[in-house]
Write a protein that binds this ligand. Structure first.
Ligand code: AMP
Ligand code: FE
Ligand code: FE
Ligand code: ZN
Length: 282
């Protein structure tokens, strides 16, 4: 079985390793294919391709687009998109700006109760990176308020922790449409990872499929184990491809490269479907 891991992050968003370090880690893990899917950014693609040169690792360029449905945040993976597609580029720029304002607002709230300011967050963030709660978590760790990212997410950064702020983002149907119209293959990331499975009713899945949805990330550690049958059933009834991936964030999360993988058949279907870019084959 080849090792195909279609969901990873670098320091271009909230991973702790540069794109080159991410590629080196994937080579060390003996993977055959990885997708680099930073939140709302394609900046990591070129350095990842450059780092893969001379290895046997295929790199699938992608994104993880932030979308919002009422109070739920829904992540949509977009594989092999045209990174110059104007509507998608504009949406990613808008989301990154919204994330920045939201992070500043959260830090202002936290700063009222804890020694923390925006410079602490900047010190933990690669210039130009898509800013998220993980960067605030790193600043809280550096200040000694919590021991690690997970502890920060379980307390101060939790959505019920008293400091949480949402950020504006497209609705999932719009995110899927943007990816599909940019030639990409759209896959709902960790569909069971946020709250009740009830979010993805048949009706909602139908709307997403009509907007161009191509797959569901069925094998992911954040999907409750008991929910797998539901994703498999939805995928088979709506003709969706099923993927599996680690959602590796370097040292920022316990997720290990290759802990979940995608079948060669599903991977080939994604490559055959998408028209916006090609995998980088060294
Ligand atoms: P945000 O999009 O800014 O609200 O932050 C959510 C991001 O934080 C997700 O994309 C995850 O990568 C990361 N995250 C969520 N929970 C944890 C956790 N317990 N430990 C580390 N990172 C987390
Ligand atoms: Fe993340
Ligand atoms: Fe995600
Ligand atoms: Zn992710």
């Amino acid at each position: 079985m080849p090792g195909i891991d279609l969901h990873t992050h670098s320091s271009v968003s909230d991973g702790t390793e540069t794109p080159a370090e991410l590629i080196a880690a994937a080579v060390a893990a003996d993977l055959d294919v990885i997708a680099i899917t930073d939140h709302d950014s394609t900046t990591g693609w070129d350095p990842a391709f450059a780092a893969a040169r001379g290895t046997r690792l295929t790199v699938v360029p992608g994104i993880e687009l932030s979308t919002q449905l009422d109070y739920a945040s829904v992540h949509v993976l977009g594989y092999l998109i045209d990174r110059e597609n104007a509507p998608l580029v504009a949406a990613m720029e808008h989301i990154r700006a919204e994330r920045l304002h939201r992070a500043e607002a959260m830090v202002a709230r936290i700063g009222a109760d804890y020694a923390l300011d925006w410079d602490d967050v900047l010190a933990q963030t690669t210039p130009g990176a898509t800013v998220g709660r993980p960067h605030i978590a790193d600043a809280l760790v550096a200040r000694g308020h919590v021991t690690d990212r997970s502890a920060a997410f379980a307390s101060i950064l939790h959505w019920r922790g008293g400091y949480y702020r949402p950020h504006d983002a497209p609705v999932p149907v719009e995110g899927v449409r943007l990816i599909a119209e940019a030639g990409g293959a759209a896959v709902i990331a960790h569909p069971g990872g946020r709250g009740p499975d009830r979010l993805f009713t048949d009706k909602r899945i139908k709307q997403l499929v009509d907007a161009g949805l191509f797959g569901l990330e069925v094998d992911h550690r954040d999907n409750p184990p008991g929910s797998r049958a539901r994703w498999v059933d939805l995928a088979s009834r709506f003709g969706l491809v099923m993927t599996g991936a680690s959602d590796y964030h370097g040292a920022g999360k316990p997720n290990r490269l290759g802990e979940n993988t995608t079948s060669p058949e599903a991977y080939e279907a994604i490559v055959a479907h998408a028209t916006g870019a090609h995998p980088f084959v060294p």
